[in-house]
Design a protein around this ligand. Structure first.
Ligand code: SRM
Ligand code: SF4
Length: 595
């Protein structure tokens, strides 16, 4: 092991820190370990917003300052300035919670969100939207009282750790969850600021000393967010290739014996900026399971020490690896550990498993997966589904555990055989669609929140995808394609929050009512899509897709998905691992010519 930069060596913090460091870097270092002036602003009821620096720090506490963009759009009409809103995100390793915790989180949503909803995120967390400043403390305290945290759900730290969600009672699944929890704990900041501000109000003896509160991160934390997810070959719903550090469990018998380590995945990019791109994580190697946590920590340490701290647009690990190369990364990794980085172990082909419907757990009990439209657990008006009431009734009646999935859905665990039909009756009574009532198109769909809460949204997403799917369903039915599994994803901007670039088909917001269309990913999540059509008006989407859908319907081989068909016929034979924000000729132009 090199003496210069072992993971956790405080001397190595900011080894490559530049003099032109970004404003956020300065804010972090000046924050006294995430305190800033958050408490003062909370105490001052006359102040509605946090300072710019504090907004950056709040993210580490799991909070985003937002506003109601619907109201913003109507300011001219109404003359009323939108209220400052806050989004609060939980950190739930592997998406797990028990019934008591679910009830507590559900109660907080009823009391404190603008639309009484819990929003399941694409990383197995819950989000609260539209919380007002005066209620922030109550929400965070409430979350913590139920032994869940919002700490490090956002910010330049290790984010919520994802894991294949199936609550199966075999050894591999138990190990998987244990590993996700260990990694999550390992990545939690040690600063006591969070507890002082939100939980017990007490200053800890070691606080305010400005030193030593972050033995791993140091005062500037990471250059940017850092995402870890653990997949099993039979379930890559976590999209392992999109993680900063992905782990694929290698199972022998029913035991995880090691993990394949991937690094440098990420999806965020900017339209027309070729120097920003989505990137599939690179294969780094294999480590025995006892070294998995240290391996992840080492990947994070390399990022900490080499990530770009001047330009936040280029601050993700993917840019470090793309610039310096995989071999450099492997060498750096080896120099920091005293265990062996072994060659990558071939595992079976990756698949996506959404676990909807009824499954045996392996201990005589059952779990049951329920699809939630875009993860929004709420009671829709009139004849719409009443997810929130139904889920609460299920949890109250059966006391079951709840697991959030990476597909914005939810599993109820530890049910008896008799409880399953009762649960199904509750779903039916509340108009919640079950497996047989979903087309495959809808089943594997996801959309990010976008408007009205997301400050970065260029177009609608969650509120538009359901209607677009109605139209796609009619078109697919007409073409005899409804029984083809495929992933359809939508985002309101190119940041990629609903992981559009690994989907068979994706719509990425460009401006209000206008989307870029991407095609060519697939359910397995192991290939990037490419730009198919640019600047397509929402109403023209079907027309733009028709040439491709027609060919697919006539030429597909067996169950060939849209992405696989596209790749076979129009791909260049090489799996895409990088997708730039400035793509040359959209594929539709080529396909048009191929007629
Ligand atoms: Fe995301 C920023 C929502 C998963 C890439 N993401 C945001 C913000 C916080 C907007 C902002 O910065 O002001 C969004 C809040 C909207 C709102 O009103 O709720 C937001 N991201 C989400 C969620 C809720 C989408 C969802 O449909 O569930 C997901 C929360 C996950 C969680 O529980 O932690 C979410 N975001 C992702 C993913 C997917 C993933 O991690 O599996 C990605 C792509 C992977 C990646 O990180 O590259 C993603 N979000 C981004 C980016 C682009 C980062 C980049 O490197 O360029 C941003 C913009 C940023 O960070 O500046 C962003
Ligand atoms: Fe907001 Fe863009 Fe993420 Fe959607 S993809 S939530 S619009 S940042």
């Amino acid at each position: 092991m090199s003496e210069s930069s072992p993971p956790g060596d405080a001397k190595s913090f900011g080894r490559t820190m530049r003099s032109d460091e970004s404003a956020v870097e300065k804010a972090k270092k000046a924050s006294n370990f995430l305190r800033g002036s958050i408490q003062q602003t909370l105490d001052d009821q006359a102040v509605k917003e946090f300072t710019h620096d504090d907004q950056a720090l709040l993210k580490f506490h799991g909070i985003y300052q937002q506003e109601d963009r619907d109201a913003r759009a109507k300011v001219k009409e109404t003359g009323i300035e939108p209220e400052t809103w806050f989004m609060v995100r939980t950190r739930l390793p592997g998406g797990w919670m028990n019934a008591t915790q679910y009830r507590a989180l559900d109660d907080l949503a009823t009391k404190y969100t603008y639309n009484q909803s819990l929003r399941i995120t694409t990383r197995q967390g819950f989000q609260y939207h539209g919380v007002v400043k005066g209620n922030l403390h109550a929400v965070l305290k409430g979350v913590n009282d139920s032994l869940i945290t919002t700490l490090a759900a956002c910010g330049d730290v290790g984010r919520n750790v994802m894991a294949s969600p199936a609550p199966l009672k075999d050894q591999a699944h138990q190990q998987l969850l244990e590993l996700a929890r260990k990694i999550s704990t390992e990545l939690l900041p040690k600063s006591t600021a969070y507890y002082e501000i939100w939980v017990n109000g007490e200053k800890h003896s070691d606080s305010n000393n400005g030193q030593g509160e972050e033995p791993f991160y140091g005062p500037a934390y990471l250059p940017r967010k850092f995402k870890v997810g653990i997949a099993l070959p039979e379930d890559n719903s976590i999209d392992v290739y999109t993680q900063d550090c992905g782990l694929i469990a290698v199972v022998r018998g029913d035991k995880i014996v090691g993990v394949n380590v991937l690094a440098g995945g990420g999806l965020g990019m900017t339209h027309r900026k070729a120097d920003t791109f989505a990137r599939m994580a690179s294969h780094i190697g294999y480590v025995d399971v006892e070294h998995a946590v240290e391996a992840m920590r080492t990947v994070a340490a390399i990022f900490r020490d080499h990530g770009n701290r001047a330009d936040r647009r280029h601050a993700r690990l993917k840019y470090v690896i793309e610039e310096k190369g995989v071999e450099w990364f492997q060498q750096e990794f080896r120099s920091r550990v005293n265990f062996e980085l072994k060659p990558w172990v071939e595992v079976g082909p990756l698949r996506l498993n959404d676990y909807l419907g009824k499954y045996e757990q392996g201990d005589g009990k059952f779990f049951y997966g329920v699809w939630v439209e875009n993860g929004r657990v709420m009671d829709y008006p009139e004849n719409g589904p009443k997810y929130k009431t139904a889920f609460r009734a299920i949890v109250d009646r059966f006391g079951c555990d709840v697991v959030l999935t990476p597909n914005q859905s939810l599993l109820f665990a530890n049910l008896t055989a008799e409880q399953v039909p009762q649960l199904e009756a509750i779903l039916a009574e509340h108009k919640v669609r079950r497996l047989g009532e979903l087309t495959l198109l809808r089943r594997y769909s996801m959309a990010c929140p976008a408007l009205p809460t997301c400050g970065l949204a260029l177009a609608e997403s969650e509120r538009t995808l359901p209607g677009m799917l109605d139209e796609l369903e009619s078109e697919f039915e007409r073409m005899g394609l409804l029984d083809q599994p495929l992933t359809v994803r939508m985002t309101g901007c190119p940041n990629g929050c609903a992981r559009p670039y690994t989907a068979d088909l994706a719509f990425v917001g460009r401006k209000p009512g206008v989307y870029d269309i991407f095609v060519g990913g697939r359910l397995a999540g192991d290939r990037l899509a490419e730009l198919y059509a640019e600047n397509v008006e929402e109403k023209q989407v079907l027309e733009a897709l028709r040439p491709l859908l027609t060919r697919w319907s006539k030429q597909k081989r067996g169950e060939e998905s849209l992405g696989d068909y596209y790749e076979r016929v129009f791909g260049d034979g090489k799996p895409r691992t990088v997708l730039t924000g400035d793509k040359h000729t959209p594929a539709l132009e080529r396909i048009g010519q191929a007629d």
